[in-house]
Write a protein that binds this ligand. Structure first.
Ligand SMILES: [Ca+2]
Ligand SMILES: [Ca+2]
Length: 231
């Protein structure tokens, strides 16, 4: 019985020693043989967040904001549109004036106007490809008369440059031999071929020239001709 009481007393001493954080294991080793004293473990991972608390009481009403600007009336909207239209009209008028001015300059430099088209030459003799590029670079196309009046206008330009002057037209049969088309690839709707033309001489005539008599002839594209563009 005494032995049991002694053991319980020793057990109580050991439990107290373990519950005291600062207790040193060495101090217990002598009196508490039934417990092994290992090194202290590291802290465990933090626990999960707790649930949200109850909703707090409603806050006080905020201060009233500043008064906004007054909206425009339907009448003022119409006025704005009117002003916008006036500005657009003014721009269009300016563009028209500029167009008329440049048109006059072209005509002053020997250009010929037929309807909406203006034909003009840069005075250079170039092959077909170069002639086409020169016109494109200037914002136009190779002269392509589509009626008698336009054909006469091109002829008149030739006649101001001397005798036997000829120019390429924006027409070829490069795609299909014998089928002449505009550069936009539509089949031609007006022709003024010279007698016996087009003859595709030496199987090497896929471009078209207009001669000083206004007649057309198919010729090699490599020849040099006066550049006449249309705008
Ligand atoms: Ca041909
Ligand atoms: Ca020919």
């Amino acid at each position: 019985m005494l032995k049991v009481l002694g053991f319980l007393a020793l057990l109580c001493m050991c439990l107290r020693a373990q519950s005291t954080e600062n207790a040193k294991c060495d101090d217990l080793s002598g009196s508490c043989a039934v417990f092994s004293c290992g090194t202290r473990g590291s802290n465990g991972l933090p626990g999960r967040d707790g649930r949200d608390g109850k909703e707090g009481p409603k806050g006080e009403k905020g201060e009233r904001g500043q008064k906004g600007e007054q909206g425009r009336s339907a009448t003022s909207e119409v006025e704005v549109v009117k002003e916008h239209l006036k500005a657009v009209e003014k721009k269009l008028q300016l563009m028209q004036e500029n167009f008329n001015k440049y048109n006059k300059i072209l005509l002053f430099h020997g250009g010929k106007q037929v309807g909406e088209k203006v034909f003009v030459t840069n005075g250079h003799q170039e092959n077909f490809e170069s002639s086409q590029k020169s016109c494109k670079d200037a914002g136009g196309n190779l002269a392509t008369p589509k009626n008698a009046a336009e054909n006469i206008a091109v002829q008149e330009i030739l006649n101001t440059k001397g005798e036997s002057i000829k120019a390429f037209l924006g027409i070829t049969d490069l795609q299909v031999e014998g089928i002449f088309k505009y550069l936009g690839e539509d089949k031609i709707s007006f022709t003024n071929w010279n007698l016996g033309e087009p003859n595709n001489s030496k199987d090497n005539e896929d471009c078209v020239e207009i001669q000083d008599n206004g007649k057309w002839n198919d010729i090699p594209c490599s020849l040099l001709r006066l550049v006449i563009c249309e705008f």
